[in-house]
Design a protein around this ligand. Structure first.
Ligand code: ADP
Ligand code: MG
Length: 218
């Protein structure tokens, strides 16, 4: 078992007190598994992804990665987790505008102390970015920017890849192509993949689909 989520709770502060978003989420994911996380807008999908990715902390419950409880990590521990073990891909790509594509791809792995130019070129090649390595993000199409973001995430060989509406900003044909490439590369690394999506066609490509509703998974 790679990921084990147990009775996870998270509330946000509202005007009239805490507003519960996750009310006891349970989920298990094996290494190499692919999972779609669906649910209405505002149901807490991004919140759940952020907790697993160490971008925010839960109120209670447990998240275990390879049996290690990551729920109580401090900021430094969560930063290490994001650099080495869990990779997050966002709908908005989040590339660094002042770095070219090669430097963007290398960025996260560098923070983890990995300098591997060969892997940068290999990933860029696999994602059709070989001709674009010295361009800046603003000169790329949306699909190319997301491919660069995928490469950046996979550089550090995370065991778990989390993607929040990764193709939500792309047209249908580009989305399908980017999804194919992401699934292929994730499968190569043996990582598990959890994808938040509104799209039935994206969900259908994953090995399993879970639905978040009323703060719980079904
Ligand atoms: P989804 O990704 O499924 O659309 P989110 O996880 O983004 O849902 O949000 C779930 C609920 O929590 C929403 O009602 C949203 O307004 C609220 N929420 C999310 N982030 C915050 C925050 N940082 N502070 C306060 N409320 C938040
Ligand atoms: Mg969201």
């Amino acid at each position: 078992m790679l990921l084990q989520i147990e009775n996870l709770m998270k509330s946000y502060d509202g005007a009239d007190g805490p507003v519960p978003v996750l009310r006891g989420v349970d989920l298990q994911l094996d290494a190499g598994e692919t999972l779609a996380l669906t649910g209405e807008s505002g149901s807490g999908k991004s919140t759940l992804l952020h907790l697993v990715g160490g971008l925010d902390s839960a109120d209670s419950g447990h998240i275990r990665l390879d049996g290690r409880d990551i729920t109580g990590l401090d900021d430094q521990g969560r930063a290490d987790l994001r650099r080495r073990e869990v990779g997050v891909i966002f709908q908005q790509f989040n590339l660094i505008p002042s770095l070219d594509v090669a430097a963007n791809i290398a960025f996260q792995a560098r923070l983890a102390g990995v300098n591997d130019p060969t892997r940068v070129s290999d990933l860029a090649g696999a994602l059709g970015l070989a001709e674009h390595l010295h361009k800046y993000p603003e000169a790329l199409s949306g699909g190319q920017q997301q491919r660069a973001a995928i490469a950046r995430t996979l550089m550090a060989r995370p065991r778990l890849v989390l993607a929040d509406e990764p193709t939500g900003n792309l047209d249908e044909a580009t989305a399908s192509e980017v999804l194919d490439q992401m699934l292929g590369l994730v499968a190569q690394t043996g990582a598990a993949l959890m994808v938040v999506t509104h799209s039935a066609s994206v969900a259908a490509r994953m090995g399993r689909v879970v639905h978040l509703s009323q703060g719980q998974l079904a």
